[in-house]
Each structure stands twice: as C-alpha cells, then as structure tokens.
Design a protein around this ligand. Structure first.
Ligand SMILES: [Zn+2]
Length: 137
C-alpha cells in the first residue's frame, strides 16, 4: 500500500499492522528522541537535589527531545551565585560547562552544560540552564 509518511510526508510503501505510517528515517529520529528524553528524565532528580542544597528550585521547560531546558529559580534567602549552581550541577553529572552565560530577557542567565562522551549518554545531549538572579532589594 502506498501512503505518505505521517511526519515528513514523503511517499512510502507500508505494510499492514504498523501503528504509524512513517518512513525509516523518521522512525530512526523518533527512537533517538525517545532515547534522549529517557536520558534527561534519568538525570533530573540529581539536578533537583543539587539545586535544593544550593538554595534553588528547578523547573523543566521544553520537550526534552533536543536539549534539556531547565529553569533555576532562587528559592531561599541564602542561595549560591548562579555560576556556582552551574558548577555544582556539572560536577554532579561529571560534565563540564561554559562559564560565559548568555543574558536573556528579564535578567535570566542561560548556561550550557555538556557531558563527556560516554556509551550511555546520547551524543548531542546537553543542558540549557536558565537561572534567575537573586532579587536586589
Ligand atoms: Zn518520514
């Protein structure tokens, strides 16, 4: 039976019994996305634990399919500086980070955290951690 791939719309030949009519390239991409998502979900509890000890709350933002978009919000009066939070999270994940954050709207600073190349870590995985700064009163 000739149909179109549900994702990229290219014509494909399909066999009955498949849940979705998708081409082999889209099927591979879907598997990769699922693998990356599973990896991100596995590391979130550790990130939250480190952040809590540092005086921050963590919010998860985005689809978890490309990068892991996180929001760091200062939660208690005595919290560490944003860069110290980044350093602690990178250390806990045995990763590394770019110390030059990018200033985003409303004063949040976005830091990228990377992983060392490992068998169980998807190759393009990284964290984009946007941290709000302590209130200046
Ligand atoms: Zn396709």
């Amino acid at each position: 039976m000739r149909v179109k791939c549900e994702i990229c719309k290219k014509p494909i030949v399909t066999t009955k019994g498949l849940k979705k009519d998708i081409c082999i390239m889209c099927a591979k991409a879907e598997i990769e996305k699922a693998t990356v998502r599973k990896f991100y979900l596995s590391i979130i509890p550790d990130i939250i634990a480190v952040a809590r000890k540092s005086g921050y709350a963590i919010g998860v933002h985005g689809s978890l399919t490309r990068d892991l978009d996180l929001i760091g919000a200062p939660w208690i009066k005595r919290c560490v500086k944003p860069i110290e939070l980044v350093k602690r999270i990178a250390k806990a994940l045995d990763g590394f980070y770019n110390p030059n954050g990018t200033v985003r709207p409303h004063g949040r600073i976005s830091y990228l955290i990377y992983f060392k190349i490992r068998e169980n870590i998807p190759p393009h995985a990284y964290i984009d951690l946007s941290i709000y700064q302590k209130e200046k009163i």
